[in-house]
Design a protein around this ligand. Structure first.
Ligand code: GLA
Length: 389
């Protein structure tokens, strides 16, 4: 499935809905994070890339002051008046993401005409591939086009982050919108979540591919458990009287162990070690050292499972199966990705073996869990862009 396919589906749905062609178009990708799990809200380094799955928005102006959004897949519409103050939480689930971005735009003083829009997406929902950031960044990119302006990229990503936190009530970090905005074809997006600086890292060769396997395991406890982890990690810092995880070494953490309870200690140990792994892994990928990079992924998974406790049986099984196939079978490394408790695992695999590897992991998974996993491979894809439909 290419972005061109998604755009063309969106165009025919637009005609069916509004009986005309659109004047404005925008597309924003989902993302997968290679390493740096649960550290974006802990001042860490993360290494995501945009994936070849996009949320496409098309629009034309209408004669009034109403913004109207139709989701072709959910067959749902919502609309609101652009001349009044927009309030967090006033729309249903996905409407709040959109509302938050529009509100952020209006707050900068930009004037928007009334418009009719359509949303069509190929980013799987609920799989930890950031369908919400793709929607927010897609809306922001569409609005830029309609208002004929171009926001600073970081500002745009932060506006989307704020929308998700304040309007949708999800206390996530900054990684997802940054990856969707800054992604470039053939490049990973290394983000320093403390300074918010972005470094693009070239994917060194075509010999190795990123394989994403969705466990399709039902998400459980996700929202509450995410906020709880965030709280525990920040409590550990507070008790150690350190301002940022960037200033905490493993030795200092060990020395302060008695000041923390056992859970806080483990949460902090995950963050401190994951920061080191993410930095190391980025340089290993840069130099094409896949064996070592893959080891960092396995260690990241172990730490997320044991210290941060955000994995689940299904994700562990997928990673274990990858490990058993091993280097000789073409798997360099694997880990859970995204928020956890279900969702996807990400694997670094030899390109020539990708289909065979996916099939054998999925077969074993189905036998052991009774659940059918789904998979696709992606190279680093292009970030959000606007287009003339
Ligand atoms: C979710 C959040 C991200 C990040 C990951 C964990 O995907 O949206 O901000 O915290 O979990 O790495």
């Amino acid at each position: 499935m290419t972005v061109a396919d998604t755009i063309s589906h969106a165009q025919s749905a637009f005609r069916g809905r509004y009986h005309r062609d659109a004047d404005f178009g925008a597309a924003a990708p989902g993302r997968v994070n290679l390493i740096g799990g649960h550290v974006d809200y802990n001042d860490g380094f993360v290494l995501p890339m945009a994936i070849d799955r996009y949320t496409v928005l098309l629009a034309c102006q209408n004669k009034g002051h109403v913004a109207r959004f139709f989701s072709s897949q959910l067959d749902e519409t919502f609309e609101f008046d652009l001349t009044r103050r927009l309030v967090p939480g006033e729309l249903g689930h996905w409407g709040n993401y959109v509302l938050g971005v529009v509100s952020g735009f209006l707050e900068t003083g930009v004037e928007l005409p009334g418009f009719d829009a359509l949303i069509h997406s190929s980013v799987p929902t609920g799989g930890g591939l950031s369908s919400s950031a793709a929607l927010e960044v897609g809306v922001a990119t569409l609005l830029e086009r309609m208002a004929d302006l171009s926001l600073d990229k970081s500002h745009k990503a932060l506006l989307c982050h704020q929308a998700e936190n304040e309007f949708a009530g999800v206390p996530c970090g900054i990684m997802d919108p940054f990856a969707s905005v800054f992604g470039e074809k053939g490049r990973l997006v290394k983000i320093d979540c403390r300074s918010r600086e972005v470094e693009l890292i070239d994917w060194p060769d075509g010999q190795v591919t990123v394989l994403i396997i969705n466990s399709n395991a039902p998400h459980q406890l996700v929202d509450g458990a995410y906020a709880e982890r965030k709280y525990q990690a920040s409590q550990a810092l507070r008790k150690l009287e350190v301002d940022s995880y960037r200033e905490l070494s493993l030795e200092q953490l060990e020395a302060g162990r008695t000041r923390l309870d056992a859970i806080e200690f483990r949460r902090a140990r995950h963050v401190v070690t994951e920061l080191m792994r993410a930095e190391a892994c980025a340089s290993m990928i840069q130099t094409g050292n896949w064996d070592k990079a893959g080891q960092q992924l396995y260690q990241s998974h172990d730490s997320l499972r044991d210290d941060y406790e955000v994995s689940c049986r299904e994700l562990d099984l997928l990673v274990e199966t990858g490990k058993e196939i091993g280097r000789t079978g073409g798997v360099f490394g694997a880990r859970m990705t995204g928020g956890g408790f279900g969702g996807c695992v990400v694997l670094l695999v030899r390109t020539a073996d990708v289909e065979e590897i996916a099939a054998s992991i999925q077969t074993r998974y189905q036998i052991e869990t009774g659940i059918e996993a789904s998979s696709f491979s992606s190279s680093p894809a292009r970030g959000a862009f606007a287009f003339v439909p």
